[in-house]
Design a protein around this ligand. Structure first.
Ligand code: CTP
Length: 405
């Protein structure tokens, strides 16, 4: 999806724009214009200091609504409850620019003006865009307040790097308006709202002794990227992952496991999920016995006895539910289409994502992937080589489009 079509989701939405007294406040005029062009309804709330940087007349003219500043400003009758009605009215609340002062007030629950009081009353997602000078932004008090905001469920958009009003160069600039609007659009309740998605990722470790494991090269990137995209689309996401160095995506519930047996147990807890994406590279074999002390080297050859693990996806396929969409991943090096189609049928799946390790730009540890999506109805969608983030987006677009058809 292009940036323009993502921002297009704001069309016709109801937005609150909170503007506080930073030099970047003049950009609020452009934000209002861009939103009005999308036919969004915009109610501007300013702090007293914001009027030093942008006039109320400008913002009222562009938004078509009276600008509200004091808690008792109403723009209509019923002055004292205006912050409450606005907090319920909005689809999304943008605070841009947010000064160090406003960030501090929000973090500590102050309600001394219309902006901060409405933020407390808001039921919608709130996006805070801090903009201030470099040294202020890097002060630990500001950092702590921003972390507090995130812990409280606010979204925070990192400021950009560049020339600042003070003449210094550093971090603290309000990001481009397009970037702000894209992030805002992502916060709107998504198409998967109310749905539960279960994603597995990474390798499993099958212990041989306290030091060694049987495993594979999976980094977990594909599963993590899918989890992130599903959360962005509004799903409640559970990510069951084997060992990986990746950070947990925002709004994703992560369950860490080590072995295939632990992964099976964790997956079965969430077996009712509406969508299952089994992107983990689960070990097919595990040592029959665990040596409780390190195996010392002795003979020239060491024979390890392995036994088959449970095929987790096949288990889900056997007991699949009416409302459920089951997606598997096939890692192949030869006869790829035949093998992937066989897995699709045998495991009773809706979709399988074929990954041929021998193709350029595909496989473990690469930032890109080249996959083919195969459907149970015989459909086939070969994708070109693209970054894994984009692979996740295209796969989900196709699978969800088909679900709605
Ligand atoms: N899978 C699983 N449990 C296993 C092995 C695989 O759930 N014990 C899942 C994988 O997560 C993937 C799909 O089954 O979604 C296919 O995995 P793949 O390794 O390609 O195929 P296998 O069925 O293991 O067959 P083979 O290794 O013989 O190719």
């Amino acid at each position: 999806m292009s940036s323009t079509s993502r921002i297009g989701k704001l069309k016709g939405k109801r937005l609150l724009l909170g503007v506080s007294g930073s030099i970047a406040a003049y950009k609020a005029a452009e934000i209002v214009r861009a939103l009005r062009k999308l036919d969004a309804e915009v109610q501007v709330l300013t702090t007293r200091d914001a009027a030093q940087f942008i006039t109320t007349t400008t913002l009222e003219t562009l938004s078509g609504h009276p600008v509200l500043t004091e808690l008792t400003d109403s723009g209509e009758t019923g002055a004292w409850t205006r912050h409450i009605t606005l907090g319920r009215w909005a689809d999304v609340f943008l605070i841009a620019p947010a000064t160090a002062q406003t960030v501090a007030k929000l973090a500590h629950g102050f309600a001394d003006n219309m902006l901060t009081a409405t933020a407390l009353a808001a039921r919608c997602p709130v996006l805070v865009c801090p903009a201030m000078d470099h040294d202020m932004y890097l002060h630990s008090a500001v950092k702590t307040n921003l972390r507090t905001l995130q812990d409280q469920g606010y979204e925070v958009l990192e400021p950009g790097f560049g020339e600042l009003a003070s003449g210094l160069v550093g971090v603290g600039r309000l990001p481009d308006i397009e970037e702000i609007l894209e992030r805002l659009a992502e916060l709107l309740p998504g198409e998967l709202r109310g749905k539960h998605a279960l994603v597995t990722a990474g390798p499993t470790y099958e212990p041989i002794d306290p030091v060694r494991v049987v495993s594979n090269h999976s980094t977990g990137t594909m599963g993590f990227t899918l989890a992130k995209d599903l959360a962005r689309r509004g799903a409640r996401v559970t990510l069951v992952t084997g060992p990986t160095l990746l950070d947990t995506p925002d709004r994703v519930h992560r369950v860490d496991v080590l072995t295939s047996a632990e992964m099976l147990e964790a997956v079965l807890v969430h077996r009712n999920a509406d969508f299952v994406f089994m992107a983990a590279a689960v070990a097919d074999y595990t040592p029959t016995e665990f040596h409780s002390s390190k195996i010392k080297k002795a003979a020239d050859h060491l024979v390890l006895k392995l036994r088959r693990t449970t095929d987790i996806l096949a288990e889900l396929g056997k007991n699949r539910q009416e409302h459920q969409t089951l997606v598997g991943f096939a890692m192949e090096t030869e006869n790829d289409l035949t093998n992937a189609r066989r897995k699709l049928v045998e495991k009773n799946l809706d979709w399988i994502v074929l990954n041929n390790l021998t193709e350029d730009g595909a496989g473990f540890g690469t930032g890109t992937n080249r996959v083919t999506l195969l459907g149970k109805d015989g459909s086939s969608y070969p994708l070109s080589v693209m970054p894994k983030k984009q692979v996740a987006r295209v796969l989900l677009d196709q699978i969800l489009a088909d679900n709605c058809a």
